[in-house]
Design a protein around this ligand. Structure first.
Ligand code: GNR
Ligand code: NI
Length: 174
C-alpha cells in the first residue's frame, strides 16, 4: 500500500469529471487500497479517487466512530437511484479544502447502486452521516466541492485564503 498526495483547492484537476471504471481488476483494487490508506492517514471519513489525481469513479468511506474497528466501504461507478425530499444539514469539511467547514443541506436519505470491491453489483440505502458523506464523495466525481454550495462571497473568501496558503508553502519549499 502507498500514501498518495491529496490535491487541494484551487487545483483544476479537482474540477475534472471522473470516468467510469470498465473492469474491476487488481489494479483498481490496489488503487482503492491506496485511497483507503491515504484517507485513514489524513485522517478523513471518505475519499474520491480524483482527490489523489485519478479521474475514475471510485469512492472509499469509513464512517465508523471507533478507529480500532475499521469498517471500510468501497463504491465503484456509484449512481444515485433515490434521494429523499427531506434535507439534512451537516457541518462538512473536505480534505481538498483544508481547515474550512460549512453547514450544507443535502437529501437526508439516498439509495445508491454501485459495484463493490470485487466488481459485484450492489445497492445501499443510506441515511444520516453516511448519506451526507456518499453524496459529498459523489459530487467529487462531477468536479463539485462543498464550497460550490456557498454564497459567491463565502466561496471566494475560502478560495483566496487557500491559494494564498499554497503560495506561501511554495515559497518555503523553494
Ligand atoms: O473527512 C471528511 N469529513 C466529512 C465531514 C462531513 C461531510 C463530509 C466529509 S468528507 C471528508 C473527506 C473528504 O474530503 N472526502 O471527499
Ligand atoms: Ni471531499
Amino acid at each position: 500500500m502507498a500514501l498518495k498526495k491529496i490535491l487541494t483547492e484551487p487545483d483544476p484537476i479537482l474540477r475534472q469529471i471522473s470516468k467510469p471504471v470498465e473492469i474491476v481488476d487488481d489494479t483498481i483494487r490496489k488503487l482503492m487500497d491506496d485511497m483507503l490508506e491515504t484517507m485513514y492517514a489524513a485522517p478523513g471519513i471518505g475519499l474520491a479517487a480524483i482527490q489523489i489525481g485519478v479521474p475514475k469513479r471510485i469512492i472509499v468511506l469509513d464512517i465508523s466512530k471507533d478507529p480500532e474497528k475499521k469498517e471500510p466501504m468501497y463504491f465503484i461507478n456509484p449512481e444515485k437511484i433515490y434521494a429523499s425530499k427531506d434535507q439534512a444539514t451537516y457541518e462538512e469539511g473536505c480534505l481538498s479544502v483544508p481547515g474550512q467547514f460549512a453547514e450544507i443541506d443535502r437529501p437526508d436519505k439516498c439509495h445508491i447502486k454501485y459495484l463493490d470491491y470485487n466488481g459485484n453489483p450492489k445497492e445501499l440505502k443510506a441515511e444520516g452521516l453516511l448519506a451526507t458523506c456518499i453524496q459529498h464523495e459523489m459530487d467529487h466525481l462531477e468536479g463539485i466541492l462543498f464550497i460550490d454550495y456557498l454564497s459567491k462571497l463565502k466561496k471566494s473568501m475560502i478560495t483566496k485564503k487557500l491559494s494564498k496558503q499554497k503560495k506561501e508553502l511554495e515559497r518555503i519549499v523553494v
